[in-house]
Design a protein around this ligand. Sequence first.
Ligand SMILES: Cc1ncc(COP(=O)(O)O)c(C=O)c1O
Length: 458
Amino acid sequence: MSAHSTPSHPASAHQDWIARDLGALWHPCTQMKTHETFPPIPIARGQGSWLYDFDGRRYLDAIGSWWVNLFGHANPLINERIKTQLDTLEHVMLAGFTHQPVIELSEQLIARTPHGLTRVFYADNGSSGIEVALKMSFHFWQNQGQRGKTRFIALANSYHGETLGALGVGDIPIFTHTYAPLIQPAFIAPAPDCQQAAAGESCAAVTARALAGMRALLEQVAAETCAVIVEPLVQCAAGMKMHEPAYLTGLRALCDEFAVHLIADEIAVGFGRTGTLFACEQADITPDILCLSKGITGGYLPLSAVLSTEAIYQAFYVDAPARRAFLHSHSYTGNPLACTAALASLAIFDTHDVLARNRARMSQIDEWLAPFRAHPNLSRVRRSGMIVAMDLTDAHGQPYPRAEQRGQRAYRFALDHEVLLRPLGDTLYWMPPYTLNDAEWALLVQVTRAAVDAATAD
Ligand SMILES: Cc1ncc(COP(=O)(O)O)c(C=O)c1O
């Protein structure tokens, strides 16, 4: 667990990059003043599961660099294909033009996602993909003459990104509160979070309760609702809140019954994170619209894909004025380099039998979690596929006061011991690349355990 120390750059280079950063940058999701005492870490390079700074220190990327990285940094298979594509075609606009990587990727996504999704629209990050999905659903109903459908239903604790439309279907106050005057808020339905079960209540009962709440809401507002949007199986940004596939099956049925679309936001959970390639598979459902991003390029380049059913596509396909066409565009829509990274990443799923290997890893993870489950300062130790989460609690199982920033203590401890954890509040989680070897998993388990002890020591 000792810090790796073979400096490849003089320490002054490290300090110099920090000074230059603080002189020029405004970082995401950051109160910049905190960098006065805890500056950003300049990363010199990445290799496999590791990030290396300019001080000769390294960090195991246990959160896949904000949930994007699937196959490690500087993956030779992805690098090679991007390099070849770079010398062939770096970019062309996708209006009026097309190219091989985007065609091949579209065919592959249609083949690999749940049956019935037949069209792929592209944007260039997760939030933009959500904007596409919301506009597409709304515009579909307009084209159908259902002009009263202008609203959306989201679940309590939802997170779908931070552009204004995406914030409208979000329910995490820290992101939405300040911008409330700019946002058209969604109707909020109860979350099916199994961890919130009352004493003696089963997860199935929580699921049933959440579905009953959704039904009650739909009975009131379905006529004005375009779609229900959901993060299938794991509400990640809310603190890795997990629910049963049965909730999704029930939700699909309710959306059909009340004639509203179901939008599945698999931006975080797609591409194997929950164990199956897509989380919806576990409920055996096809959403009307499926949003993908993050892991789609293996963590290399910004890209999002929004898949729709043929019924939605056909509502726009008419000999009629342009306003019946779906009007949405980004300059880098379907960028060839990003599509190539996505194709390379999908190829790795096949050639390396990734889902089967992950399944084997999951059984091991369950064994490693046993001591965490017994730890007096941890509650709700949980796993969905390759996502593991646990909440820091005091000795009585109660959450710590927010001001104590226990999660932040764990973060700093882990960084000092070569692991990048970055908890969500007091929720520690693992969402690492699928390439961690036995030694790297052992380090992750060991350091997380020590970080929990350090963060809860007094
Ligand atoms: C479920 C979900 N949807 C949408 C987004 C937004 O994606 P992006 O950060 O690429 O805008 C995120 C990001 O964390 C997410 O977790």
